[in-house]
Design a protein around this ligand. Structure first.
Ligand code: FE2
Length: 386
């Protein structure tokens, strides 16, 4: 596994040994979902998660086959796209997978070179470098396939001053629910099939120049009934983190298998969204109807001081409040983190969200995996999919 070179705030400098920055990636540009009804999905995300209206493209802007609503909150940018006819490939995607993540777009300096560097290392092309222009300048985009039917789009926007992309209009709405304090995408997790985790780990290493900086196997991630394995991939500057999960054998069906069954293949399992004040964010999300996984037993919260050890001194949150909101806590050598997981946000038990606040810790809540999976299993039991 890759070693961190020095303990620094994530900037543009390389922080992981062995990472190759032939792209290089400045951050997540946007995440595009293919959904059955983008208009209603946009309303849900604005109302429940506090996103703001950003941009729109559809019949009124000259598109004939699809509609896209762009919503944003601080550095997070989501695109919700629906097809306008049954012969659209977007319709096929939704027919097979339900609502889900289609594009994880990465902000790069040079989208042409990103395409050349990755395809010559074996990436399957999705879109050749394409220049899109309007009165605000030009954007170059290119795309490659990753796991399943998911796409990485490279976006070069240094010569563009518009709201989002050429072809989009600013979306001015009179309905503007307040932000809930979500700041940026901390990580995005992919679920892949049986025995495929290492194939995709190698793909991210070889094709994208990423490194594997954390691994969890089924001895660490298991409950009485189910298990999974996970490896976390990062680009050189640590701005992009993609954990990759695969199911492992257990007595009953794991949540990863349930996902693969209902998504009908590999895909994005969750987006982790960062906040600076998880108590405020989760209180607000709950008030707006977002459903979270249930809290672990009271003993979990009684054990927090022992689990945090020396980091307990710096803990500012009241444990009773965390318990009331069902927020989980974990620690590593460098600090602690607070996290909570929503229930799936579609009818199929597929994509969900994590809300995370890092207080120095760089991990992914491994100490919570057992409590978390037991909570998911209680939900699977109700769905008859355990
Ligand atoms: Fe996560």
């Amino acid at each position: 596994m890759a070693k961190e070179i020095k303990n620094v705030e994530y900037g543009l400098e390389k922080i992981f040994e062995g990472a190759q920055d032939f792209l290089p990636i400045m951050g997540t540009d946007y995440v595009e979902f293919y959904v059955g009804n983008a208009k209603q999905a946009a309303h849900y995300y604005k109302t429940a998660f506090g996103y703001q209206s950003v941009a729109y493209a559809g019949l009124e802007t000259g598109l004939r086959d699809r509609t896209s609503y762009v919503i944003g909150q601080d550095k997070i940018r989501i695109v919700l796209t629906s097809p306008l006819n049954s012969s659209s490939p977007i319709a096929e995607h939704i027919k097979k997978h339900g609502d889900g993540v289609k594009v994880i777009a990465l902000w790069v300096e040079d989208a042409t070179s990103a395409f050349e560097e990755t395809t010559k290392r074996g990436a399957k092309p999705f879109m050749n470098p394409t220049v899109e222009k309007d009165a605000h300048g030009e954007v170059v985009r290119s795309g490659i396939y990753t796991y399943g039917e998911t796409i990485h789009m490279f976006v070069e926007r240094k010569n563009y001053k518009g709201t989002f992309l050429p072809g989009f209009e600013k979306w001015v709405s009179e309905y503007n629910p307040a932000s809930v304090g979500l700041k940026f995408i901390d990580h995005m997790v992919g679920n892949v099939g049986w025995g495929e985790m290492n194939i995709w780990v190698k793909w991210y290493e070889d094709v994208m120049g990423f490194v594997n900086f954390l691994s969890f196997d089924d001895r660490q991630i298991h409950t009485e009934y189910s298990a999974l394995m996970s490896k976390v991939m990062s680009n050189g500057n640590g701005r992009i983190k993609f954990p990759i999960n695969e199911p492992a054998e257990g007595k009953k069906k794991s949540q990863i298998e349930e996902y693969l069954d209902f998504y009908e293949g590999p895909g994005c399992q969750h987006l982790a969204l960062a906040t600076n004040d998880i108590i405020k964010t989760v209180t607000e999300l709950r008030a707006r109807g977002v459903e979270f996984l249930s809290a672990p037993p009271h003993t979990y919260y009684q054990e927090i001081p022992a689990r945090l050890g020396e980091h307990m001194n710096m803990m500012q949150e009241d444990i009773n409040v965390l318990e009331k909101l069902a927020i989980l806590v974990d620690a590593d050598e460098e600090g602690y983190l607070l996290q909570i997981f929503t229930k799936p946000v579609e009818d199929r038990p597929t994509l969900f969200y994590e809300i995370i606040q890092r207080m120095g810790a760089k991990g992914f809540g491994a100490g919570n995996f057992k409590a978390l999976f037991e909570s998911i299993e209680r939900e699977q039991e109700k769905r008859g999919t355990l």
